[in-house]
Design a protein around this ligand. Structure first.
Ligand SMILES: Cc1cc2nc3c(=O)[nH]c(=O)nc-3n(C[C@H](O)[C@H](O)[C@H](O)COP(=O)(O)O)c2cc1C
Length: 204
């Protein structure tokens, strides 16, 4: 497999995972290695203003969990049961002492972390819907740390597959879970991602 094929394979396998094996822990060293990947990411103005709070202690994990909102499209699912909850979190925070103006560093870094995690067999779910106050208080974060995302992590116990939306003009972007418990994620085809105008010139 060449480098491009490796990157593509990891991206295809890097699906959002929301059900984990709660008995398989992730050590702080592994979590630090994942955070280290963000050092190599592009950064607007090269300010590198994002910091990470590692959470893998049982009590802290229990304190973080109620702050999170899971899978908005799965309206009849309240999130993972006890035995399938994340075993670790990385709370991505903006260090407002460095800047109050975050560009797209957050997404770039989250992708780097989830790709690295995937390469280690670890699954993750990027979570934006969370209660900031619960996170700040339960982790005793200083006021200058502004939580931006919570990344839930663990070893997957669910299967997630991509559904190709090509040729289905009415296809819904909503992910869904089939009766066999497989999570399906619709993705638009390449042809829909390319802007086609009479003025777009391509060279093969
Ligand atoms: C910016 C962003 C915010 C997200 N917030 C949440 C969230 O609050 N809760 C959740 O369960 N999933 C969240 N997700 C996961 C998305 O639902 C998921 O990426 C999407 O369904 C596509 O699935 P995929 O990641 O497997 O491609 C978020 C993803 C992104 C990129």
């Amino acid at each position: 497999m060449n480098d491009f094929e490796i990157v593509k394979k990891l991206l295809i396998e890097d699906r959002s995972i929301r059900r984990f094996d709660a008995s398989k822990k992730i050590g702080a060293d592994t979590l630090k290695e994942l955070v280290e990947l963000t050092r190599y990411c592009a950064s607007g103005r090269n300010l590198q203003p994002l910091k990470y709070r590692i959470v893998n202690d049982k009590e802290e994990c229990e304190a973080v969990f109620p702050a999170l909102k899971w899978a908005g499209y799965l309206s009849d699912w309240d999130g993972p049961i006890d035995t399938e909850r994340p075993v670790a979190y990385l709370v991505q925070c903006l260090d407002t002492r460095l800047t109050g103006n975050l560009l797209c560093d957050d997404g770039i870094q989250l992708q780097a972390i989830t790709l690295g995690a995937r390469a280690l067999g670890i699954g993750g779910c990027i979570i934006k819907s969370f209660n900031v106050e619960i996170i700040k208080q339960s982790l005793q974060l200083e006021d200058y740390y502004k939580p931006i995302y919570v990344l839930a992590l663990g070893y997957p116990v669910e299967k997630v597959i991509i559904e190709d939306m090509s040729g289905k003009p009415d296809a819904d972007v909503k992910y869904y879970r089939s009766p066999d418990e497989i999570h399906h994620v619709p993705k638009r085809p390449l042809s829909e991602l390319l802007i086609q105008t009479p003025f777009a010139k391509h060279e093969e």
